[in-house]
Design a protein around this ligand. Sequence first.
Ligand code: AMP
Ligand code: GLY
Length: 426
Amino acid sequence: MNILILGSGGREHALAWKMAASPLADKLYCAPGNAGIAREAECVALDLTDHAAVIAFCQSHAIGLVVVGPELPLCAGIVDDLEAAGIKAFGPSKWAARLEGSKGFTKDLCKANKIPTAAYERFKGAAAAKDYVRIKGAPIVIKADGLAAGKGVVVAETIAQAEAAIDMMFSGGLGQPAWEIVIEECLVGEEASFFALCDGETAIQLASAQDHKRVGDGDKGPNTGGMGAYSPAPVMTPEMNKRVMDEIIQPTVRAMKAMGAPYKGVLFAGLMITKDGPQLIEYNVRFGDPETQVLMLRLMSDLVPALIAARDGQLKNFDLRWYDDAALTVVMAAKGYPGNYAKDTLIEGLDRAAQIEGVEIFHAGTKMDGARVLANGGRVLNICARGKTVREAQQRAYAAVDRIQWPDGFCRRDIGWRAVLREAGR
Ligand code: AMP
Ligand code: GLY
């Protein structure tokens, strides 16, 4: 069958790399793609906000399955529109994508179904929100409802910071004024990313991962889209995985079905593992980036039948096999990211880096200029490696990083530190 992947990041490169190995994939397309994806798939310049254009492309290229990477087209209803045109699409409907699109919706769903999550209130105005913050005290977490490209959350250490965040969100600091915010209790623990494949009724667990959101070593500095990740997450013991499935994922899938919005696609739970057990921080309705890069390195089974089974409501009795190996990815970003950075800078040494055993390089923001690879975004490359341990994967990934010549790029040097310390018994 012909498959179209929507998106252009490292996540989509990893998905394309995995799907290109499937005997079920005849021809693979990616829109819009990037320089690395172009080696696995034919890149096509489609505007993902133009659903009619995407549908027309699918019809003229006999696309049998569309796999949607990012949340924006999902929340805009691209799966509904494709399915209405008779094209199979992997991902949630617009209605079901509210699990990421509206924090208030998800919090209310958790409350109604006793899913563990931080205590919260929803507010439509600044005055009542500030009163609540003064009563609750700091630290406290302020979240804008709606998609905010990862910038809609402020973990306020003081009441003054919380008040400033409330004013910022209601006055348009995130682009447009927030119509509603959620204020919630600050959870303490270790974060983990948990992925489940859902078909509307059945959910099966994928592997767990941990990402590093802060830009600097030691998890310091501003938040980013993610500077690296590894899988599995040591904090996710078999017992903890079962609790997450029983207490968070399954009740969510049941509740979505009961309200007439069955959830199909990948359900990505951002978790805080607290001393009392797992708590849901947020849902995403898509694969994680950069978590998918490490998940795909560890997935032994063919991904394509799994995505089709999720779309077709056939996940019952479906099983996926994983390599026991660990996988780790180091993100190389343009200097200045997550602030301003230069584009079109030259990257060399990628082929030599990819020769290291266990190493796979996924592109995020790159483009070709003849035979040269140029940076074309903030997060630019994912240097990934498999290893028997996280430590081995980490050593291989950094050995590859050291073969790359990109004076205008940087990366963190400590990706995986928590897992490495645990492996060393510290
Ligand atoms: P989100 O965009 O919801 O993933 O939030 C971004 C980050 O904010 C999370 O990865 C956490 O590090 C932090 N965060 C969000 N909610 C909470 C919370 N209730 N308690 C502690 N940290 C939080
Ligand atoms: N790595 C976090 C995300 O994909 O949102």
